[in-house]
Design a protein around this ligand. Sequence first.
Ligand code: HEC
Ligand code: HEC
Length: 431
Amino acid sequence: MKLTSIAPCRLPGNLPGLLALLTLPAMMLHAQTDPGPRPGPPLSGQPIRGLSPAELQMFAQGRATFTEVDNVVDGLGPRFNLDSCAGCHAAPQAGGSSAAFNPEPAVALKNGASNKIPPFIQPNGPTLAVRFKQAPNGTPDGGVHNLWVISGRSDAPAGCQIAQPDFSNLANLSFRIPTPTFGLGLIEAIPDAVLRANLAANASQKNSLGIQGSFNTSANDGTIARFGWKAQNKSLLMFAGEAYNVEIGVTNELFPNERDDTPSCQTGTEPEDVAAPGTPADIEAFAAFMRFLAPPQPAPPNPTVAAGQSLFISTGCALCHTPTLQTGDALSPALRNQTAALYSDLAIHHMGQALNDGITQGQAVGDEFRTAPLWGLGDRIFLLHDGRTTNLVQAIQFHDSPGSEAHQVVGNYQNLTAAQKQELIQFLRSL
Ligand code: HEC
Ligand code: HEC
């Protein structure tokens, strides 16, 4: 076709069509856009339906403890990342994930402290916990290294003079954002047998797409650990006890020793958090709050979302992100024999070199992560284990790098039309 021959007569009448034609290649590449978090009130943060009055009271008490801000007198430090659970588990409600505004820079300077804020901690970036891949002598580390010290705070012992870790070797650091805790009582109540049967299901389809998966099992009792980005932790109480000491520096009956025992920085007796007659320990209160938090409420269905849901299944996303699993014989009727729409198999999968964080936890090596539960995605801001993106399209693309079990599924996604990809994104934001 010679443009010159048609231009004089056709161009004016066809101008809108021609403009559309010119912009088509750009549309084909970028047509699917992530609309971002859903507008309207958050659909999580409530207690799960069906709790008894006593359980509702445990939930309320747990919520108050989860949102409480700790000072040194309450056991904060000597090293810590933040002074409350809810500061990190903030969005869209207490219990959730990283908020849009990071509270870490402010706590670094609180009460007269003069912590140096490392460049990767940004007020508008994700709320982070930092792990070191290796110790200075080159042996594997993998542990959380706290951002801040209490030294210099007006409420700290005057003689407490300890230094922050050296965060200058960026290549040795790996970052994690908070996982949301909505619906975790249901996740805790899924029997191992249900998880094992689900991972074994659809074997030929999984095989043909290169999907395997395994469980991160507890070292001594062999049951399936299921909490944390690498499914490294067994129970809510265990996670609460560990987080209280690791993130806030409060010793407790599960983690009774300070992580830094410099004598000049100690206050009171260990452990700092204990149960008293008639009063649960804080770690029990945290666990009860998270156990009784309702799962996020999805948006009402519509034709676009329904179409996106079919594509989520037909492309193979659902082979890892299992839409629903049944809970078992939980103590609370509200958690017993329920359908949990978590969109995860709670198994760990090799996710390729782009997501490899160089950290081994239990049986999960550097590039292995727990299939992230997708419920609540409608309200999520930062995505993937290190919060590297806020964009669902990019989160999907990061699934595909050499060594990833999701390679062929992402290929199926890439072969969708622009309109179909958009339907899939709309479905994800409806969760
Ligand atoms: C400095 C920020 C920060 C604070 C404070 C914090 N957390 Fe977390 N939390 C995280 C991060 C990061 C993860 C992901 C951990 C991982 O997998 O390495 C997490 C994960 C969790 C999980 C796992 C949820 C799941 O399904 O994977 C639980 C439970 C939890 N935190 C409870 C608590 C409790 C209880 C407190 C208060 C005692 C607390 N956290 C305080 C950052 C924080
Ligand atoms: C092989 C298993 C597997 C397949 C297939 C898979 N995912 Fe994932 N997905 C994961 C794992 C594991 C993570 C966590 C990765 C990380 O954080 O580094 C994840 C994370 C995500 C996240 C980010 C969630 C969060 O909490 O930040 C989204 C969104 C997502 N997947 C959507 C999809 C979609 C859409 C598809 C299909 C196109 C898909 N996934 C296919 C295993 C899988």
